[in-house]
Design a protein around this ligand. Structure first.
Ligand code: GTP
Ligand code: MG
Length: 196
């Protein structure tokens, strides 16, 4: 895939505000701070297209990025961050759930987990919930630069085991938004889905 263009389109808070062009889209989900917005920026080779911050809960809407005028990446609010106000959380949950279940043009969910840690209870629940709803996600382990190369295999196995996945049938990708590690393989996975 050659990246020609990446353009922010809209921050949606309801399904009826999402683009209606019918083009395929990929949604990035994961707990707050796992690195969704950072990974998007790295994929798109842009430093600050998707907003990033040191404080979790930065992304609060469904943010659509139009790629090569032909498909979308969607940056979703993170789950599992307690300090965001209850009122906001009560609004997000249903919005994100409705989007993930009902959005016809969503061809692949990309679920991010931090490679350093065992997937949290929320990560496990999200994974199970997505599978139950027929949306088996591509798991991407983030922040590879934070661990030694020698432990990549062990960490990936631990993540697969915790999520009760078969890592051969559904390979886990490992990325770093800092160094760009694994970004090419993630693009290949995106390409593959677009051609399926
Ligand atoms: P929310 O929008 O709150 O849901 O968070 P998010 O998942 O979009 O995370 P974001 O991309 O904002 O990154 C959170 C923090 O992790 C920031 O301080 C990033 O710089 C850092 N970060 C993200 N990816 C990486 C990575 O691959 N390596 C390192 N070292 N830091 C990362
Ligand atoms: Mg974000």
């Amino acid at each position: 895939m050659i990246l020609h263009s990446a353009e922010f389109i809209i921050s949606a808070v309801r399904l009826d505000q999402c683009p209606t062009s019918g083009e395929a889209e990929f949604a990035f989900v994961g707990r707050s701070n796992v690195g969704k917005s950072s990974l998007l920026n790295k994929l798109l080779n842009r430093r600050n297209l998707a907003r990033i911050s040191g404080s979790p809960g930065k992304t609060q809407t469904l943010n659509f990025y139009h790629i090569n005028d032909s498909f979308y990446f969607v940056d979703l609010p993170g789950y599992g961050y307690a300090k965001v106000s209850k009122q906001l959380r009560a609004k997000w949950g249903p919005m994100v759930e409705e989007y993930l279940i009902k959005r016809d043009t969503l061809i692949k969910v990309i679920q991010l987990v931090d490679v350093r840690h065992e997937p949290s209870r929320d990560d496990q629940l999200m994974y199970e919930w997505l599978c139950y709803n027929g949306r088996q996600p591509q798991i991407v382990a983030t922040k590879a630069d934070k661990i030694a190369r020698g432990s990549y295999g062990k960490q990936i196995q631990m993540i697969a085991k915790t999520l009760k996945m078969d890592p051969v049938a559904s390979p886990i990708l490992l990325t770093s938004a800092d160094t760009g590690y694994g970004i090419d393989l993630l693009w290949s996975a995106v390409d593959h889905e677009l051609q399926a």
